[in-house]
Design a protein around this ligand. Structure first.
Ligand code: SAM
Length: 278
């Protein structure tokens, strides 16, 4: 096997989703750097691969990275895996890849499953352009601020979310993006309880609230991008709003622009607040 750092995607649920090339690379690598060695050991056992596992995760010290680089610069091969899906996608590895490249080590992707892409492929929202946001901030204030910043984005938005926060996140999304914006809950993809449910945010919120099972397991949330009308807030509406806010209290300026544009007063007010905090 050629020397290099192989970035190997593993399944996000269904073990059948490992690729033939991934099996080859995992079988042949001198070392397998895993986010959680016990977790990856189970996958290797399932595949009948012995593999020398070493830990590499977001809290790994410089020593762990140095040891991997030593193997690589000595002409060895290292396969990097995460707990599920494609390493580096909301998973550790960034400093290692940079360091390997800087040392002239070949960095070779071995693509496969990724929850974000699986959700997009089957979700039913536009996929020609999308914005991967990963996890939102856990704190409500920071989360709302980030949502506000995304409100006028025209591309489909992709979020990863923890099950115990999914309801409050969808409630916050409905408030900031409006109840009519379409969204998708993609849960437990490739697993027994796989659920892909598309609905406007207001209806999605009620659907999740009514069924605690929808607040379990692993979740991707997709949200449709802002319509042309909403996106226009960036341009002429935003400058009108800013100008009015110089003369009037922010709430009043938002109300006037809401009357004039048909946009939601709350969204306009929050736009002003977010700008002020920036
Ligand atoms: N690297 C992974 C990938 O390629 O998708 C993502 C790792 S991130 C730490 C874990 C998050 O991905 C979960 O909290 C969930 O939001 C999402 N995820 C992973 N597997 C999933 C699945 N089977 N169904 C839905 N979402 C999943």
């Amino acid at each position: 096997m050629d020397s290099g750092l192989y970035i190997v995607a593993t399944p996000i649920g269904n073990l059948g989703d490992i690729t033939g090339r991934a099996v080859e690379v995992l079988s042949g690598a001198d070392l397998i750097a895993a986010e959680d060695t016990r977790h990856s050991r189970r996958l290797l056992q399932h595949l009948g691969i012995e593999g020398r596992l070493v830990a590499y995760h977001e809290h790994s010290d410089a020593g762990a990275q140095a040891r991997l680089l030593e193997t690589l610069s000595g002409g060895g091969s290292v396969a990097l895996v995460s707990d599920a899906g494609t390493p580096l996608i909301s998973d550790p590895g960034y400093p290692l890849i940079r360091a390997a490249q800087e040392q002239g080590v070949a960095v070779i992707p071995v693509p496969g499953a990724c929850a974000a892409i699986a959700a997009l492929s089957a979700g039913g929202l536009a996929t020609d352009r999308f914005l991967f946001e990963g996890f939102l901030p856990a704190r409500a204030v920071a989360r709302e601020k980030r949502l506000q910043e995304l409100a006028a984005q025209p591309h489909t938005l992709v979020f990863y979310e923890a099950p115990h926060r999914v309801l409050e996140t969808v409630v916050a999304m409905a408030e900031v993006f409006g109840e009519d914006r379409e969204a998708v809950l993609a849960r437990e993809l490739t697993k027994a309880f796989e659920t892909i449910h598309r609905a406007p945010l207001g209806a999605l919120q009620s659907w999740i609230a009514a069924d605690p099972n929808q607040q379990r397991g692993e979740i991707v949330l997709l949200v449709a991008g802002a319509s042309q009308r909403e996106a226009e807030l960036d341009e002429s509406t935003a400058s009108l709003l800013r100008r009015l806010a110089q003369e009037l209290p922010a709430k009043r300026a938002a109300a006037v622009v809401a009357d004039w544009s048909g946009l939601r007063k709350k969204a306009l007010y929050e736009f002003l607040v977010a700008e002020k905090e920036r």
